[in-house]
Design a protein around this ligand. Structure first.
Ligand code: PMP
Length: 438
């Protein structure tokens, strides 16, 4: 605590006004979180003056790092003209056009203020389109805070049930009716997916799936699993929703350009807002027509005071302008380098573990089990304490990771930065080997 007096003092004050001193569980740390002061490029400073390379980038939302000059200019220009209106603006057309251009399966788009809302609207759209109540989702996958999307986010082994996963509520107070309306699929098990989707087929509006689900382990969905989902969804008349809130950052055409099937609806967020609050749902024209108000009250009315506000839209347009093929090849290269260096360091130090991921996303698991699905990478208490040592050592050595071992790289990182990240990872793995106390 003595090393971070300002963060410590801010947290003491925060406790008076915010429950537990916190307004975002994701960034809570014991005994207190480090408070951010400012960021520039790939660096972020805490209020006690320590500079770190930002490897979390506001949980994957900043793909160009902090205060990118081009995005900054676009936002300033909009701020001079007003920040939000009770009227549509041209900027929403520009960002929608760019998303439609990039995503093969997307014909039209609706904007929201967060990924949570995007997933909520996608689920509601699927229900409105099919007239059915249920969704299926993958065990351990995170999709924001809408009730059905939260089911089975983090069940521990005692709640798993057999190889047909139990739908486990995430939040206390989740209504039984919500739990009944969610079918939980074991990740990367094509036969089970077919069986469960067929069994619940006539009630199933959609299968919600992130092809590279971060919280379920950042393990890619297999072609066989996705193929089984697409085929069975079509057979029963359910929609497939890809949650690309994070995984859109994998390529110019999003995650769907890299995986074997095409979804009916896609949810987006994070990078498409250029560092401002955002979400979007897009997809097939006939499905998206549930939102269309041009012939009277739509099947699915949707508003949102700040939806498609022009500050977010302009920031998003600028961020995507700089996110070209060259940017993606840079991100793929540096992501590959860090994954490789980290896996080599694990071997060199004889620490059981594996670093998984794709493109600019990577995640470390301190396990010798094959990283096949959520259950396989579910950490034991000993593995959790290794991750804590790893994270703490990174933070003490100039790197900001996320609490769950996820890292998201940015275009602002150059060769030197990658070198520093790799050196800190090496130190952190060595600290895990020596079980250095926190
Ligand atoms: N879906 C996925 C895959 C996410 O990772 C997140 C947020 N991390 C969300 C949805 C929810 O997005 P938001 O935090 O913007 O509500």
């Amino acid at each position: 605590a003595s090393t971070y007096p300002k963060s410590n003092a801010l947290y003491a004050e925060a406790k008076q006004y915010l429950p537990g001193g916190n307004t975002r569980t994701t960034v809570f740390e014991k005994p207190f979180p480090l408070y951010a002061s400012h960021g520039k490029g790939c660096h972020v400073w805490d209020v006690d003056g320590n500079r770190r390379i930002d490897c979390i980038n506001n949980y994957t939302s900043l793909i160009h790092g902090h205060a990118h000059p081009g995005i900054h200019q676009a936002v300033l220009k909009q701020m001079e003209r007003g920040t939000c209106f009770g009227m549509p603006t041209e900027s929403e057309i520009s960002l929608a056009r760019e998303l439609v251009r990039r995503l093969d399966s997307v014909d039209t788009v609706r904007f929201t203020n967060s990924g949570t809302e995007a997933v909520m609207m996608a689920i509601k759209a699927a229900r409105a389109y099919t007239g059915r109540p249920k969704i299926a989702k993958v065990e351990g996958a995170y999709h924001g805070s809408y009730d059905p999307a939260e089911i089975s986010l983090d069940p521990g082994p005692q709640q798993w049930g057999g190889n047909t996963p139990n739908p486990v509520p995430y939040a206390k107070g989740t209504p039984a009716s919500v739990i009944e309306d969610v079918i939980v699929l074991p990740f990367n098990d094509p036969d089970k997916a077919k069986e469960l989707i067929s069994l619940h087929g006539r009630d199933l509006a959609a299968i919600l799936i992130d092809p590279l689900p971060n919280r379920a382990g950042l393990i890619p969905a297999s072609d066989a699993f996705l193929g089984a989902i697409r085929e069975t969804a079509d057979a029963v008349g359910a929609l497939v929703i890809f949650d690309e809130v994070i995984s859109f950052r994998l390529s110019h055409g999003g995650a769907q350009a890299l995986f074997s099937i095409s979804p009916d609806l896609t949810t987006l967020g994070k990078v498409i807002g250029g560092g401002f609050p955002v979400g979007a749902v897009g997809g097939r024209r006939d499905v998206m027509a549930v939102f269309d108000p041009s012939s009277g009250k739509p099947a699915l009315p949707h508003g949102g005071t700040f939806s498609a506000n022009p500050v977010t839209m302009q920031a998003g347009c600028a961020a995507l302008e700089y996110l070209d093929e060259q940017a993606f090849s840079h991100l793929d290269r540096i992501g590959g380098e860090v994954r490789h260096a980290a896996n080599e360091a694990l071997k060199r130090h004889g620490v059981p573990g594996v670093v998984v991921g794709m493109g600019s996303l990577l995640k470390i698991h301190f396990t010798d089990r094959a990283p096949a699905n959520y259950r396989a990478v579910y950490p034991t208490p000993a593995e959790t304490s290794k991750l804590r040592i790893f994270n703490r050592t990174l933070i003490e050595n100039g790197i900001l990771p996320s609490g769950y071992g996820l890292m998201a790289l940015s275009t602002a990182m150059a060769a030197d930065d990658i070198h520093q990240i790799n050196a800190a990872i090496d130190l952190a793995i060595r600290a895990v080997k020596n079980q250095e106390p926190l």
